[in-house]
Ligand binder design. Structure first.
Ligand code: SF4
Length: 336
């Protein structure tokens, strides 16, 4: 059996709509060892959440076409699993924390019943035993036992998200996908919730995919980073490598678009333009229309991964495959 919890190669997701085909995810590779955390970073519409839903096989089959060379979970091919097998795995071995805690809980069911249902469904426990496990799980996320008998509307946003975390980690999953878990929360409790997720994940040795647009969250929680743009991973590597040696013009632009306490620049760097229409298939680089360094080859030839620094730092850009003249992108953006 493979040591990897997740090994995905060339994942694509297409949606068939009345207007035509939407190319949502275009050849994504993801590999995760036990206990490792990958930060999946990118702006809205980059394909991050669609990738996560495809991994959990939660996309509607009537509109979504999911294909891959491999989609291995602990060495087993997920695309060959029956719906019944997937249902057993989801919620027990692979779980997801969604963005909005306000809508993720059932408003008319008490908190204890929502959590104990997980133990009943996945471990076939009696009602009494499942409730006892649910109370222990709530304590794990620092919610007192006596609050377990209340309804979601009696909880604050931060507490609701802690309940969602408790539900996601109830069965000690091997893989947790956190989709912007703090976006809907007040800034004051975002740090607490992130700290809690990280602490529990480390204790349980759970692998995690942290979906976010925030490099601060990535720095706090991740071991490695994959930057997504227009359904593709355009740069990936270890946390250290991406933070110290970001190389793709889009990644470098993202880093410089974040306010810094040490910079004396009056204005933040701006990446002009918008993400391309996902219904259009590009012959060349999907970032070419927005890239200041684009040359003719960028519009005609699709960049493949180039390995940088002899490490596992991959970048899809013609500057590094030497198809166009070299530009020191970091220096250029720094001086812009
Ligand atoms: Fe820019 Fe060309 Fe690199 Fe794409 S391949 S990011 S257009 S320089």
């Amino acid at each position: 059996m493979s040591d990897k919890v997740l090994d995905v190669k060339n994942l694509t997701v297409r949606f068939e709509t009345d207007r035509g085909t939407v190319y949502a995810v275009n050849g994504v590779d993801i590999s995760l060892e036990a206990g490792e955390t990958l930060g999946l970073v990118g702006e809205t519409g980059a394909g991050k959440t669609t990738t996560a839903l495809a991994l959990l096989r939660l996309l509607d089959k009537s509109t979504a076409r999911v294909e891959s060379e491999a989609m291995l979970y602990c060495g087993e091919e997920m695309s060959e699993m029956s719906e019944d097998q997937m249902r057993k795995i989801r919620g027990r071995d692979m779980t997801m924390i969604f963005q909005d805690p306000m809508t993720a809980l059932n408003p008319v069911i008490r908190i204890i019943d929502q959590i104990s249902e997980i133990f009943r469904a996945h471990h076939n426990m009696s009602r009494h035993d499942a409730e006892e496990e649910a109370l222990k799980t709530l304590e794990m996320v620092r919610i007192p036992r006596e609050r377990a008998y209340e309804y979601p509307h009696q909880f604050s946003g931060g507490m609701k998200q802690r309940v969602i975390i408790a539900m996601a980690l109830a069965c000690s999953p091997k893989l947790l996908i956190s989709d912007e878990p703090t976006t809907a929360l007040d800034v004051t409790i975002q740090a607490q919730v992130l700290k809690l997720i990280k602490e529990l994940q480390t204790n349980l040795n759970t692998s995690m995919i942290m979906i976010t647009h925030d490099f601060g969250i990535v720095a706090e929680t991740c071991d490695k980073v994959a930057v997504m743009y227009a359904g593709e991973i355009i740069e990936s590597g270890s946390l250290e490598s991406i933070f110290n040696n970001a190389s793709h013009p889009y990644t470098v632009g993202l880093f410089h678009a974040v306010p810094s306490l040490t910079s004396n620049k009056e204005f933040l760097y701006q990446i002009d333009g918008l993400m391309p229409d996902p219904m259009i298939v590009h012959e060349g680089c999907s970032f070419a229309d927005r890239c200041k360094y684009a040359k003719e080859a960028c519009f005609n030839k699709r960049p493949e991964n180039t390995c940088l620094n002899g490490k596992e730092h991959l970048v899809k850009c013609h500057i590094y495959s030497k198809d166009i003249p070299y530009v020191d992108v970091r220096k250029e953006v720094e001086n812009a």
